[in-house]
Design a protein around this ligand. Structure first.
Ligand SMILES: [Zn+2]
Length: 233
């Protein structure tokens, strides 16, 4: 998240637009748009650890596929970068989470109704999103470069955690899922610990992924273990 996004979020527009109605029907009932692939297919073949993540395909939440087929190919994954979406989150409900993902996609693609400042990207910027229940959702297909670190998206896998970790703490289930995802992806793509980043560690004007998740990530990289306890306890 960067300054523009922060400004947008602080305006409260995202929650004030009635986006729940815009994606009515999102959820466990069925697919919102036709998609032949599963997230696992991009791993060719997926490792048992990746299969164990139970990644939810984007067809479970997205109202639309990518707006353009001309996204740059991902190529070899060499980096992993962790983000937060910057919007305080207290829910774990499946449908609400699907709605949040759809609103992020609309914001990133410039299709959010009435919002003043939006992105103009072909699709949601992150490859994966992790909610407070520990579900891992597919975002942009890993076949394509993401849009999550300005000028540094090549070979960079982007994971975002729902929440604002400047003002709240990541949930234990969310941290456990993040840890499992980083381990599985790192092993599969042979990404060394030195290439595990948070957004603020790249040359960019952002505090993402927030103080509390940043602290967890620094410790995780130092010790190889994710501290699942809440700092607020
Ligand atoms: Zn970020």
């Amino acid at each position: 998240m960067d300054a523009t996004r922060r400004q947008f979020l602080s305006s409260g527009l995202l929650t004030g637009l009635g986006l729940g109605a815009a994606v009515a029907g999102a959820g466990s009932a069925g697919l919102l748009w036709s998609c032949q692939s599963s997230p696992e297919t991009v791993f060719a073949p997926p490792s048992p650890a990746i299969l164990a993540l139970g990644i939810l395909p984007r067809a479970r939440w997205a109202k639309q596929g990518p707006l353009s087929p001309d996204m740059s190919p991902m190529g070899v994954v060499r980096h992993i970068t962790v983000h937060h979406d910057g919007l305080e989150t207290d829910f774990t409900d499946f449908d609400k989470t699907a709605q949040r993902l759809e609103s992020i996609r609309q914001f990133h693609t410039g299709t959010l109704p009435q919002a003043v400042e939006q992105r103009n990207w072909a699709d949601i910027g992150y490859h994966f999103v992790i909610d407070r229940a520990g579900r891992i959702w597919e975002g942009r297909s890993l076949r394509h470069q993401g849009a999550h670190v300005k000028d540094w998206n090549a070979s960079n896998l982007g994971i975002s955690c729902l929440g604002n970790f400047d003002t709240q703490h990541p949930a234990p289930a969310q941290l456990a899922a993040l840890s499992a995802a980083i381990r599985a992806f790192s092993e599969h793509f042979q990404v060394p610990p030195a290439n595990l980043h948070t957004h603020r560690e790249w040359p960019s004007n952002t505090l993402c992924p927030g103080t509390h998740l940043q602290r967890k990530m620094v410790m995780f990289r130092q010790t190889g273990r994710m501290d699942l306890t809440s700092d607020a306890a």
